[in-house]
Design a protein around this ligand. Structure first.
Ligand code: C2O
Ligand code: CU
Length: 496
């Protein structure tokens, strides 16, 4: 199972430990693909849309006939999808009706520091005035906090892109996201709308993750002790990452979706805690159906590119167009993970008119960043994170919320060099970067465009060009394997 000190990279290219479900699993491709509800503003003030989200537990049916208690934004998993416009600010007021503190982060958002979801900006449960003393350093978090409620102001001064939001509480992001605290946030703009890409029912969000189910129907997750850095009497509890044996798409196990023989836009998001996926589209008796990639983490690529398979680490997004008119009506197109998992199936059920197009030029604002002389190197590897405790480190340091590892001037284009021991998806808050080189050579095709998360392979060196354009303050970058993040593989930076 990849458990244990040496169980780092399993043969299937994963960094993690697979948990097995204790309940019978249904056959794949029976449950219809759910589409998360769209969040509706509760009001508008001076051109700013206001949203209210309540974080709460709910009982839902994920495996047929089994009740699973999730933690969800508005009690749903995934949470409601935000649909916002570039340049139109929004305020999201989160109310915490869960039993633990939470922190909401908009992944990929160009967000001022006080709304970004700093890992210690805890929102306490409504009505809970206890001191949530931090298990790592004993700091008392009360004082900064409004018990139960926090408003996040998102200027949305950024291009159209597929973002997502999720919990980000220091040391507890893995278990909280695993229980369901994740949702999609789509930013749209006029330039993209004018392209004529597939839209409406032919634009599908696909949030992919994996879970295992315990006998009582809950999502199986190891004892939280295992991710804490200071459990008295416990010397070396650390985790390579939590993997499950059921793939969920938009919260449904191996779902199926009926499609027209036409082009579809798929916004694919890897929301798994630790699992990587290498996606391909299988057609019986025919070659794989290709993807036309049109976007990545930070929105549209300059030009579309054809890919037969796409590797996605946790946190990454790819925006693709798939032309189901290329297969006969009646065919099944199965999205598989070539690392060994079924994902979902499309059934091509009818011929239909298709007025969509994929232009040869998609965007003009993907000019290469040209780095100046500053090069910062960050080494991601397993190491000591406290007396007698192993975890995951950056430059041999455990996450320290008090100390900046880099003070970066706004506007300066720098080279950041990432080097790792095992797979680590490296995510930088605040601004998107560009991948310059991978393993000493050219980036992967799917590294193209504006990125905020890059899948760094074992012993590989990845250079990215980083530039922060606005907002001074305190931010983080970290590994997006959430167990690694919780076990200290995160660093504080300041933009100055
Ligand atoms: Cu998706 Cu710092 O996180
Ligand atoms: Cu990692």
């Amino acid at each position: 199972t990849g458990c244990g000190v040496l169980g780092l990279d399993t043969p299937a290219g994963q960094t993690g430990e697979t948990l097995r479900s204790a309940v019978p699993l249904p056959p794949p491709y029976r449950v219809p693909l759910p589409i998360p509800a769209v969040a509706e503003p509760t009001g508008t003030l001076d051109g700013t849309d206001l949203y209210e989200i309540t974080q709460r537990a709910a009982d839902v049916e994920i495996l047929p006939g089994l009740r699973t208690t999730i933690w969800g934004y508005d009690g749903t998993f995934p949470g409601p999808t935000f649909e916002t416009r570039s340049g139109r600010p929004v305020v999201v007021r989160h109310t915490n009706r869960l039993p633990v503190p939470t922190v909401a982060h908009l992944h990929g958002g160009h967000t001022p520091a006080d709304s970004d979801g700093w890992p210690l900006d805890l929102v306490l449960p409504v009505g809970d005035n206890s001191n949530w003393a931090h298990p790592h350093n004993g700091t008392t978090m009360v004082g900064d906090l409004a018990a139960g409620v926090r408003e996040h102001r998102y200027p949305m001064t950024q291009r159209a892109a597929t973002l997502w939001y999720h919990d980000h509480r220091m040391d507890f992001t893995g278990p909280s996201v695993h229980r369901g605290l994740a949702g999609l946030h789509i930013v749209r703009d006029d330039a993209e709308d004018a392209l004529g890409l597939p839209a409406g029912d032919r634009e599908l969000p696909l949030m992919i993750c994996d879970r295992a189910f315990a006998a009582d129907g809950s999502f199986a997750y190891p004892s939280i002790d295992r991710t804490l850095r200071t459990v008295p009497g416990v010397e070396d509890r650390w985790m390579p990452g939590v993997l499950g044996d059921v793939v969920l798409v938009n919260g449904a196990p191996w779902p199926v979706h009926d499609v027209d023989a036409a082009r579809y836009r798929l916004r694919i998001v890897n929301v798994a805690n630790a699992r990587r996926f290498v996606l391909a589209l299988r057609v019986p008796g025919a070659p794989d159906l290709p993807f036309t990639q049109i976007g990545s983490d930070g929105g549209l690529l300059a030009a579309p590119q054809r890919l037969d398979s796409i590797a996605m680490a946790p946190g990454e997004r790819v925006d693709v167009v798939v032309d189901f008119a290329a297969v006969p009506v009646g065919a099944d197109v199965t999205m598989v993970d070539t690392l060994g998992n079924d994902v979902m199936r499309f059934r091509v059920v009818r011929v239909a008119r298709d007025d969509s197009r994929v232009p040869d030029r998609l965007a003009d604002d993907v000019a290469p960043l040209v780095p100046g002389p500053v090069v910062r190197e960050f080494v991601f590897r397993r190491g000591a994170v406290g007396p007698g405790h192993r975890g995951w480190t950056i430059n041999d340091l455990a996450f320290d919320p008090q100390t900046s590892i880099a003070d970066v001037p706004l506007g300066q284009v720098e080279t950041w060099r990432f080097r790792t021991d095992v797979h680590h998806p490296v995510h930088v808050h605040l601004d998107h970067f560009q991948v310059l080189a991978r393993g000493g050579g050219r980036p992967r095709p799917s590294d193209a465009g504006w990125k905020d998360t890059v899948d760094v392979l074992p012993a590989e060196i990845v250079d990215v060009a980083v530039r922060f354009t606005r907002y001074t303050g305190r931010y983080v970058f970290h590994c997006h394997n959430l167990e690694h993040e919780d076990m200290a593989m995160m660093a504080t930076i300041r933009t100055v």
